[in-house]
Design a protein around this ligand. Structure first.
Ligand code: PMP
Length: 430
């Protein structure tokens, strides 16, 4: 099929994320991707600022990850996980237990981030049922949070920016606390917790768990908040007998400058969700970890088993590439790299603070965000970025990047210059 025919077919028949089929946004055909470069079908090369939505932390087409996949393909691309097991799954689970915050030592593999969140919610519900507290069947989450697009996950996403209204008749009714307002450096005083503590205290008999994205709220607004706030919420959960679910699907594996964002606050959640960068962005696979207390309580109750089992659970290809990706991370100076990216983002994005259309500049680890005063014209900005030779995908009022950790300073400067140019010229594009 010619390229033109491919694009016409795509436009006519294939849904892209959150788009219309009657009036689709333009898409750019990719021929290949390697390192930090995405090569378009017309030969143009773009510097990747997105890590394909937090996932491709080592860059594209990485020889070590390619080899891991090829070698595993020759052994078994897939086997069911019901009644069978394999070394890549065992080794990966062992590594995740070692790497994640203390106390998380039981692992459930699943096939995507949203499903990992569904699994976490189910774990919390089965846990409360098994300990005779079946009425604890609601969740508390933070406004501006995002946890995925399946129904359970949607029900704990921000009720305004999420999709609640659209599916309101069907969605479970949960509770929402104000979005965290304390900036990263904020020490937090008892007042910071006043409202959320009152919510928890009032509803503790019906709350199974609090679910949150630690320190960085991603797709719900790219907001960064104080680790002290997170530590305070951990204490409240313990005091009021509700579980804490940390969704590190976006923040996990070094993105914020710590291996997991919970480490900024030196806390362990009761349940942890991982995905995205787990496989170095090679394929979809996720994991939900929990404490022995949660797992054993579930298994002592009725029906005595955890009720979930996806077809591609612990897919051997995904587990092998995840093992190789974590190996690469451990053998690299990832922390130095991420902190250098953070420094460069801070200094190069600082001038945006003075631009009239920029409300706020936010940076943490390998994440750089310009929050604009109003919604940005995605298609127009996208065209401008492609002309500048960079791949940056803005949404809502956010122009943001989270590049692969292997990005070189010169390439990072091209990304930040393009962001500044966009922020300066945004009025012409509206
Ligand atoms: N939780 C968070 C924090 C996420 O950022 C995402 C994906 N954007 C998800 C859950 C859902 O993951 P997936 O898209 O793999 O289902």
């Amino acid at each position: 099929m010619s390229l033109e025919d491919q694009l016409a077919f795509d436009r006519e028949n294939i849904w892209h994320p959150y788009t219309s089929l009657l009036d689709p946004l333009p898409v750019y055909p990719v021929e290949s991707a390697s390192g930090t470069r995405i090569r378009l079908a017309d030969g143009r090369e773009l510097i990747d600022g997105m890590s394909s939505w937090w996932a491709v932390i080592h860059g594209y087409n990485h020889p070590v990850l390619n080899r891991a996949l090829l070698e595993q393909t020759q052994k078994a691309a897939h086997v069911m996980f019901g009644g069978l097991t394999h070394e890549p799954a065992v080794e990966l689970a062992r590594l995740l237990i070692q790497l994640t915050p203390a106390g998380l030592d039981k692992v459930f593999f699943s096939d995507s981030g949203s499903v990992a969140v569904e699994v976490a919610l189910k774990m919390a519900l089965q846990y409360q049922q098994s300990r005779g507290k079946a009425s604890k069947n609601r969740f508390l989450s933070l406004k501006r949070g995002y946890h995925g697009d399946t129904f359970g996950a949607m029900s704990v996403c921000d009720p305004d920016t999420g999709m609640h209204r659209l599916f309101s008749g069907f969605l479970p009714q949960n509770l929402f606390a104000p979005a965290p307002e304390c900036a990263f450096e904020h020490e937090c005083t008892p007042e910071c917790f006043h409202e959320i503590e009152e919510l928890i205290s009032t509803h503790r008999r019906k709350l199974a768990a609090l679910i949150l994205e630690p320190v960085v709220q991603g797709a719900g607004g790219m907001r960064i908040y104080s680790p002290k706030y997170l530590a305070g919420l951990r204490r409240l959960c313990t005091n009021y007998d509700i579980l804490l679910i940390a969704d590190e699907i976006a923040t996990g594996f070094g993105r914020t400058g710590k291996m997991f964002a919970c480490e900024h606050a030196s806390i362990s959640p009761d349940i942890l969700c991982l995905g995205k960068a787990l496989t170095g962005g090679y394929m979809s696979q996720a994991a939900t970890l929990c404490t022995s207390e949660v797992a054993e309580t579930i298994c002592r109750g009725n029906p005595g088993v955890f009720m979930h089992g996806p077809t591609f659970m612990a897919n051997p290809l995904a587990c092998s590439v995840a093992l190789a990706s974590i190996g690469l991370l451990k053998d690299s100076n990832w922390k130095d790299r991420v902190l250098k990216i953070q420094e460069q983002l801070r200094s190069e994005l600082a001038p945006a603070d003075d631009l009239p259309d920029v409300r706020r500049v936010r940076t943490l680890g390998a994440i750089g965000v310009l929050e604009m005063e109003s919604r940005v014209p995605t298609a127009g900005l996208q065209r401008m970025f492609v002309r500048e030779g960079v791949w940056i995908r803005p949404f809502l009022n956010l122009i943001y990047i989270m590049p692969p950790y292997v990005i070189q300073p010169g390439d990072l400067s091209r990304l930040t210059s393009a962001m500044l140019k966009a922020a300066r010229e945004i009025r012409n594009l509206l």
